[in-house]
Every structure is written in structure tokens, then in C-alpha cells.
Write a protein that binds this ligand. Structure first.
Ligand SMILES: [Zn+2]
Length: 78
């Protein structure tokens, strides 16, 4: 559990606590845009990688002839 210093009374409070246990001050942090942006980029990269991986897997399976039933003419025109 991580502890932070209360801005009001300088007491140590848990990051999980919504308000300071000692003075009741709420921890109103300004949103960390760097973290939000990093998370967004990470998510985008992850989904992109996942989609590419799925495409690759479908293609390799189609090449192996395993999903001939699913592919029925859908592939093979390129
Ligand atoms: Zn406090």
C-alpha cells in the first residue's frame, strides 16, 4: 500500500483513501494527462497488435486449409 502526504495536515494517508483520515481533506489531484495519454497509446497499440495477430492467424490457418469451411470464397481474391 502506497502512502502519500496530506496537503492539508502533512499526515501520511493511503493512496486508497478518498479523504485524509486526520483532517478529512479530500485528495484532489489534478488529472495526470501523461498517464492517461500513455494508457491510451498503450491500449491503441495493444488492440492494433491484437488485430494484426488475428489477421495473421486467420491467414496462416487459411493457408493451412483448416478453415476452408469458414473461408468459402471469402479469401483468395488478392
Ligand atoms: Zn490531512
Amino acid at each position: 500500500m502506497t502512502m502519500v502526504i496530506c496537503k492539508e495536515c502533512k499526515a501520511q494517508i493511503s493512496t486508497l483513501a478518498i479523504a485524509c483520515l486526520h483532517c478529512g481533506a479530500t485528495k484532489r489531484k489534478s488529472p495526470n494527462y501523461a498517464v492517461v495519454a500513455a494508457a491510451f497509446v498503450g491500449l491503441a497499440l495493444l488492440s492494433n497488435t491484437w488485430m494484426l495477430w488475428r489477421l495473421y492467424e486467420v491467414e496462416s490457418r487459411a493457408n493451412a486449409g483448416e478453415i476452408a469451411h469458414d473461408a468459402q470464397g471469402g479469401h483468395g481474391r488478392r
